[in-house]
Design a binder for this molecule. Sequence first.
Ligand code: DX5
Ligand code: ZN
Length: 233
Amino acid sequence: MTAQPCVIAPSILSADFARLGDELRSVEAAGADWIHVDVMDGRFVPNLTLGPVVVEAARRSTSLPLDVHLMIVEPERYVSDFVRAGATTVGVQAEACVHLHRTIAQIKEAGARACVVLNPATPPDALSYVLGDLDQVLVMTVNPGFGGQRFIESMLDKIAVLRRWIDERGLAARLEVDGGVSASTIGRAAAAGADTFVAGTAVFGAKDYAHAIEALREAADLARRDDGREAGG
Ligand code: DX5
Ligand code: ZN
């Protein structure tokens, strides 16, 4: 039933920011499907990263879709800035949105794909009444804030629940995972039903980006094929 080819989205959090343009061109040439951009405000998460200015610079350096992950409080204040800067997808944390339904509509009206992100402790039920409005769901497999953390295995159940809901309702939403994704963990996430994979350290920490992306894609496709989810191209 799931027929979408898998997407590998390197996270620039682990890139060399002094050479961001080169890094983006390198992962694009290495076969990345999307670029994942982690925005942190030092309040929702204990780290600070970047804003629309950097998204706009990234937009000029690659033609790949930009998957912008807002780990910020009151994301509704900045949605249109990030879309104007070139975000293809805007992901907001469910925990940061008082009026989640309204914020999803705002993202779509601004012209981007709408994604809602769930922290590890947030149940899938947070999405029951908005799932049909989403282009993408992101299940965090670490507590957000930093790259290089360990994949939380208990999130596999949540991925499986969301995959079941998406399929049962006949939705086209992508199901993404973020945090601790490597060639050794991606297969389990794919078998549970994820089709879109963020990888920071596993790509930018590797010597050979093409080899790293290929290893991730092969492991994901193998698990999806075994599970009957492979699109075949
Ligand atoms: C974590 C970020 C992730 C991070 C993933 O807060 O949302 O996108 O860059 O990094 P790795 O793949 O190293 O866990
Ligand atoms: Zn992220």
